[in-house]
Design a protein around this ligand. Structure first.
Ligand code: ADP
Length: 189
């Protein structure tokens, strides 16, 4: 299983990716988490990306592609992986195809979690008050920025896969368990 989850910030991708990857016994690759860990560790990569994350902007494609390349070649990806937060630009999607094509292992599922924009803002506001300070990019101004970046740079990634007839769309509204059930049914076929 080599799965990609797409969807705007606040769609519940991270929550579902954690649950589904555990159920399927595959690696959960959250690029946002990986970058936040680098920032917390104060690594050179962390120092390079901190300002970008805090501004709600995207880390350059070339950097992200290197991050993904080394991550998916690790042994825990042998049984498969679930990408959460990558690809975020059409260029990243093309690079990912090339990367997987080279090892003759294409994606098995590309799934977009659909949630209306007014609900997204509500959810992230809630997360910002609940998590108080756990994520420096969870506040209104940055959220608005992240939604704009999503519309401009990441929504075209869904279109990219849709044109290839490779996109599944799943309703992201409802309880966590309901959404999880929808995703599992789709993936297990
Ligand atoms: P979200 O809550 O929007 O799902 P993530 O945790 O996936 O956020 O990512 C947090 C931040 O990390 C993004 O706003 C962006 O700055 C950076 N980031 C994560 N993945 C990528 C990527 N594939 N390309 C560029 N930047 C990324």
């Amino acid at each position: 299983m080599r799965i990609v989850f797409l969807g705007p910030p606040g769609a519940g991708k991270g929550t579902q990716a954690t649950l589904i990857s555990r159920r399927l016994g595959i690696a959960h690759i959250s690029t946002g988490e990986m970058l936040r860990e680098e920032v917390a560790a104060g690594s050179p990569l962390g120092k390079q990306v901190k300002g970008i994350l805090d501004a709600g902007e995207l880390v350059p494609d070339a950097v992200m592609i290197e991050v993904i390349k080394s991550r998916i070649s690790r042994p825990d990806c042998g049984a498969g992986f679930l990408l959460d937060g990558f690809p975020r630009t059409v260029n990243q999607a093309e690079e990912l195809s090339a990367l997987l094509g080279a090892i003759q292992k294409g994606l098995t599922h590309v799934i977009e979690l659909k949630v209306p924009e007014e609900i997204l803002l509500e959810r992230v506001r809630h997360r910002a008050t609940q998590g108080a300070g756990t994520r420096s990019d969870d506040n209104d101004a940055v959220m608005v920025k992240r939604l704009a970046v999503y519309r401009e740079q990441t929504a075209p990634v869904s279109a990219f896969y849709k044109t290839k007839g490779a996109l599944f769309e799943v309703d992201g509204l409802g309880a966590v368990e309901e959404v999880q059930e929808r995703l599992e049914q789709l993936i297990r076929g």
